[in-house]
Design a protein around this ligand. Structure first.
Ligand SMILES: Nc1nc2c(ncn2[C@@H]2O[C@H](COP(=O)(O)OP(=O)(O)OP(=O)(O)O)[C@@H](O)[C@H]2O)c(=O)[nH]1
Ligand SMILES: [Mg+2]
Length: 386
């Protein structure tokens, strides 16, 4: 799974990228700091089932900290987009192409309203919604152009080939087919017009993949109003975050000034003074009011609420909840809501799927057929001829 970070320049995309992934992408207070895309792994979090099963897990594909399973997802951070990016301005075509592989997008906005759509200092009456609307509009225009290009390449070929060609744009086959049906396009791609593809582009932009908005820089005073305005405009899709502060917390933990404990963060400021003490106190004050920087929450939100993923633990030994190396609850896999044991076997290996016989729910020891519905936290053994 890939989550893409995009937005106008200088909004804090790379800061959020570093805060999520522990990377050190270049950050600077001017537009177009990022040119080449940054890619790294972040972790969504979900309560581990080891406590419930009274075992101690030994994860392999993920991590577990204080009973919280951390499951990897890929993050991509691209260059800032400006108006007419879809026409190639500021190499925008390329950047939109870089991020199009993502399954879901986070548009990073500067909630303080202190930077404009070009990433330069904004006038005092700058509307914080403006650059989010610009980015959405460029995405739609770019998508329509890509659809038309794809049709030119595949004109006259069967519909299935057109659909396959579009998968590289990060849309699932199911979504593309849903869009084609909603826009009432014929089964023959030869009959499609540019107008048809523009309709499909509008539909896919709106419903094809989730887009949420990070109202960043919440530590700045004017962000309170900016967040309110963003939330009114894009109701239900806005997460208040402070990427810079999460980055500082991560560094504080690395240096030993902050301890990450089962009961939350503990600040060790007694023997400190000067700017470090002041910075840590600023973080403490912020967390007292906001509880969190919102960085983990936006990632979990897009994966679990928008993409509607569930966490399933495949095992080979349903008695010990382990694999054949005795790793306990080794893997946590993100699957679509309503996934079945057959879907799980396909996510592990195509051979397992091809030879699928049945599954066992390791919690209840009940046998499951291939089409039964899995829940989040299910622990499943697949029995297969292969
Ligand atoms: N106050 C505050 N500043 C932030 C926050 N997040 C990022 N910044 C600052 O915003 C500026 C831009 O950050 P970047 O992460 O480089 O922004 P970007 O969107 O990747 O920029 P481009 O790559 O140029 O498009 C830097 O000066 C950051 O320190 C935040 O939460 N609060
Ligand atoms: Mg950047």
């Amino acid at each position: 799974m890939i989550i893409g970070l995009l937005g106008a320049p200088n909004k804090g995309k790379s800061t959020l990228f570093n805060a999520l992934t522990g990377s050190s992408a270049l950050i600077a207070n001017y537009p177009f700091t990022t040119i080449d895309p940054n890619k790294a792994v972040a972790y969504v979090t979900s309560p581990c089932v080891d406590k419930e099963l009274n075992v101690k897990c030994t994860p392999r594909n993920s991590k577990c900290e204080f009973g919280i399973r951390k499951i990897p997802v890929n993050i991509i951070d691209v260059a800032g987009l400006v108006e007419d990016a879809s026409e190639g301005k500021g190499m925008g075509n390329e950047f939109l192409g870089d991020v199009s592989v993502a399954d879901a997008l986070i548009i990073v906005a500067d909630a303080s309203g202190k930077t404009n759509s070009d990433g330069n200092p904004a006038d005092s009456d700058y509307d914080v919604c403006q650059d989010v609307l610009m980015v959405k509009s460029e995405l739609t225009k770019w998508l329509k152009k890509s659809l038309i290009k794809n049709l030119k390449k595949n004109r006259g070929k069967p519909l299935s080939e057109f659909v396959l060609g579009l998968k590289s744009l990060g849309y699932s086959e199911k979504k593309i087919e849903e869009g084609i049906s909603y826009c009432k396009l014929s089964n023959k791609t030869l009959e499609w017009t540019e107008d048809d593809l523009n309709k499909l582009g509008d539909w896919l932009s709106e419903f094809g993949k989730p887009i949420v908005i990070a109202a960043n820089k919440m530590d700045l005073e004017s962000s309170k109003t900016g967040y309110k305005i963003l939330n009114e405009k894009f109701a239900g899709a806005v997460y208040p975050i402070c990427a810079d502060m999460q980055l500082a917390i991560n560094k504080g933990i690395e240096k030993g000034f902050i301890k990450n404990t089962e009961n939350g963060l503990q600040f060790e400021t007694n023997n400190l003074n000067g700017p470090i003490k002041a910075a840590l106190e600023k973080i403490e004050t912020y967390l007292k009011e906001h509880k969190t920087t919102g960085v983990q929450e936006i990632l979990n939100g897009i994966v679990f609420n928008s993409l509607r993923k569930i966490v399933v633990y495949p095992v080979e030994d349903e008695t010990h909840f382990s694999d054949h190396f005795s790793h306990i609850l080794p893997d946590a896999i993100l699957l679509d809501e309503n996934s079945t044991p057959l879907n799980l076997s396909g996510a592990i290996h195509t051979d397992l799927e091809k030879g699928f016989l049945y599954a066992i729910d390791a919690k209840t020891k009940k046998k499951l057929g291939k089409n039964e519905q899995l829940q989040t936290g299910s622990v499943i053994k697949i029995v297969s001829t292969r």
